[in-house]
Design a protein around this ligand. Structure first.
Ligand code: SF4
Length: 667
């Protein structure tokens, strides 16, 4: 290891002085060495870094030294907010202080999406429109004064930092929106909160961002290396931004912001009224576009068989595989609105007003283009589907598209564009190999390593594989019954410690919740959705002996140390549903290429998710607990070993009695 890294990672090094219970770990120094080499040699790097090796510092230390020495800039992009917070509040301050001991000053900065910041120009305009803005009868003067006071005093003017709650419909009127920004021509530019943030970001050596912001378009284009942490999500995070989505609610809101016929409010009413004919034409165009939104989306739903309550209950997403026969009276109305807005913009002298009118013109054009692309349904490289969401105010329908493979676009946008792209996560490999991961994201030539967790899993963890549960595919109703019964027994076997049950189906989660509530376990029972996820986790941790039933988001990124999470129950192997539109399209695409879609796509993704679920259990060298696997396919099907060999070697609990003994011995 280079001596400059040695100074940080050795037993008496700079990190030992700042990190509580710091122990030099070969895996951590190996990873730091690889990171330094990748940066020096302009190579890409993939590292699976097992839980507990201290991967953040293993990439941050060499990245910081490289940035300071070579005057470079590195972006660190995370998937979850929790990791972003950890980097910002724990790792970066620690690193900056360690570097300070060498007389080096590290600049780092968190960059959020620009819609999180207040726009002073829009605030000024909104303040003038107070009574119109506050249609709910709340006091305009009071809210506006709060916003103005806050804008003057806040260091960031970021919505999350506001000491009062800003309703969504108010924030929509005062936040920064990139296509409404006047940039250098803005009279508020000198005091603009977002411009201030960008200045700080420009000066930063290390920028922290999230993967969504990275793929939706970083406002700063010049950086020299990118590190993706939680990189097992890269395919999903990128594919969302390589495709599109358009919902009836979002489109209605866009049109109503131009002109709302019910309230006679909107952008048009705020423009100079010196061309009444054009204004009238525009009002009519927007009104008729609005009139077409519902018939269009209803026809789309009808076309794919998502009409009746029964059909909607069966599936919230339906794939579209052929050009849609739905009549499109909507996109011509949107194009007409866009053309008229273009004419209106030409007449405007005020640059702010012209920018706003043009922004809505482009939004209408973009919506029309999405509709046309969706109806044409060119499936050669993309998947198309319709989705519905149940909201308090009714059903929302969206048309969606995503590429069937992201390898080529990612290769071009990432690996061919930056000298070093480093990808790391605790779960990237399948049975020790990174090949499947690399081919999915279009990466071929790189440095790579799979580094084991330093935890002693044989001592700290036991695996229980149920022999009582039925096969979920062969006998679904018996599977559900037996899973619920096993969960009840497992909860009894863990008398002192939290239990986490991970589901792949919301319906089974609800059924289990009802059953557990009725049988009344004498401990607190939580289920996903009853409060925001972070609050739910806080309560679960605080309780220390609770049961939490979770689905998708709880399979990853959850960090509960100690007794509060003593047992993780994996109710089913987490294969994506074959009826998931994107999953189905990707499988077909691979089959057309002559590949075995199950082996090279579905299985690896399920194994990674399984490993994520497993990884919730042991979070520190002091943790002790068990993972219970309730899907019999892990022992009966040919692919079962792919799951079992992908987790560390643990102790075994061969029966419920052994599981009980494991927990009673732990007391
Ligand atoms: S520069 Fe852009 S974001 Fe900043 S105040 Fe002006 S219009 Fe708003």
């Amino acid at each position: 290891m280079p001596p400059e890294l040695q100074r940080f990672f050795s037993a008496n090094g700079l990190l030992a002085a700042s990190v509580r219970n710091f122990e030099p770990r070969t895996q951590q120094t190996d990873m730091a060495g690889l990171m330094a080499r990748a940066l020096d040699e302009k190579r890409h790097l993939v590292v699976e870094a097992g839980t507990g090796i201290g991967k953040s510092l293993a990439y941050l230390v060499p990245a910081a030294l490289w940035c300071l020495k070579e005057k470079k800039k590195t972006v660190v992009a995370t998937y979850t907010k929790a990791l972003q917070e950890q980097l910002l509040k724990k790792d970066m301050p620690l690193l900056a202080s360690a570097l300070g001991q060498l007389g080096l000053k590290l600049n780092y900065h968190l960059l959020m999406g620009s819609e999180n910041y207040l726009c002073l120009r829009r605030l000024e305009k909104a303040a003038k429109r107070g009574p119109e803005l506050f249609a709910d009868g709340s006091s305009p003067a009071q809210m506006m004064q709060q916003l103005l006071d806050w804008a003057g005093a806040s260091e960031t003017a970021m919505r999350n930092d506001a000491p009062f709650k800003i309703p969504e419909y108010v924030w929509e009127e005062v936040r920064r929106e990139s296509d409404l920004c006047l940039h250098a021509k803005c009279p508020h530019r000198a005091a603009c909160p977002y411009a201030r943030e960008l200045d700080k970001a420009r000066r930063a050596d290390i920028l922290i961002a999230n993967q969504h912001l990275f793929f939706s378009g970083m406002p700063l284009k010049h950086f020299d290396a990118v590190i993706f942490d939680e990189a097992h999500n890269l395919e999903e995070a990128s594919s969302r931004f390589l495709g599109f989505s358009l919902s009836d609610t979002a489109l209605t809101r866009t049109l109503e912001r131009i002109f709302n016929p019910s309230t006679s409010r909107g952008l048009l009413t705020r423009l100079p009224q010196d061309n009444p004919d054009l204004r009238e034409e525009l009002e009519q165009a927007v009104s008729s576009a609005l009139f077409e939104v519902d018939p269009f989306f209803s026809a789309i739903r009808r076309n794919v068989g998502m009409e009746t309550a029964q059909q909607l209950r069966e599936s919230a997403e339906k794939r579209v595989i052929a050009p849609c026969a739905a009549e499109d009276a909507l996109s011509p109305k949107l194009s007409l609105t866009a053309a008229l807005l273009g004419m209106a913009a030409e007449d405007l002298e005020d640059e702010g007003e012209a920018a706003e009118v043009n922004a809505f013109r482009f939004r209408c054009l973009e919506a029309a283009s999405k509709i046309k692309r969706f109806l044409a349904c060119d499936t050669s490289a993309s998947a198309f589907w319709v989705s519905v969401t149940f909201r308090r105010r009714g059903l929302s329908t969206a048309i969606n598209s995503a590429p069937v493979e992201v390898a080529q676009p990612l290769k071009k946008a990432l690996f061919d564009s930056y000298g070093t792209v480093a990808l790391t996560s605790a779960t990237l490999a399948i049975e020790g190999s990174l090949d499947s991961y690399k081919s999915g994201i279009g990466l071929s030539n790189c440095l790579e390593a799979v580094l084991d967790s330093p935890f002693d899993y044989k001592r700290q963890a036991a695996v229980y594989i149920s022999e009582k549960t039925a096969d979920p595919k062969e006998n679904p109703s018996r599977y559900e019954e037996t899973v619920i019964s096993e969960i009840q027994d497992i909860i009894r076997a863990v008398p002192d410690g939290g239990v986490f049950a991970l589901f792949t189906s919301r319906a089974l989660l609800e059924k289990t919740y009802r059953s557990l509530s009725a049988s009344g376990p004498r401990r607190r029972l939580y289920r996903q959705g009853e409060m925001p996820p972070l609050q739910l986790l806080r309560e679960f941790k605080k309780d220390g002996n609770a049961v939490l039933l979770g689905t998708d988001t709880f399979w990853q990124g959850v960090d509960v140390q100690g007794k509060a999470l003593s047992c993780v129950i994996i109710t089913r192997l987490p294969f994506m549903s074959p009826s998931d539109p994107l999953e189905e399209a990707r499988q077909e695409h691979l089959a057309l290429e002559g590949k075995n879609a199950f082996n090279c796509y579905s299985l690896p993704r399920a194994v990674i998710k399984f490993r994520q679920g497993f990884g919730r259990l042991i979070r520190s060298s002091q943790d002790r607990g068990a993972v219970a696997i309730l899907d019999p396919r892990v022992r009966t099907k040919f692919y079962g070993p792919a799951f079992l060999y992908s987790i560390p070697k643990c102790g075994a609990a061969r029966s419920m009695a052994e599981l009980e003994r494991f927990f009673s011995q732990g007391k």
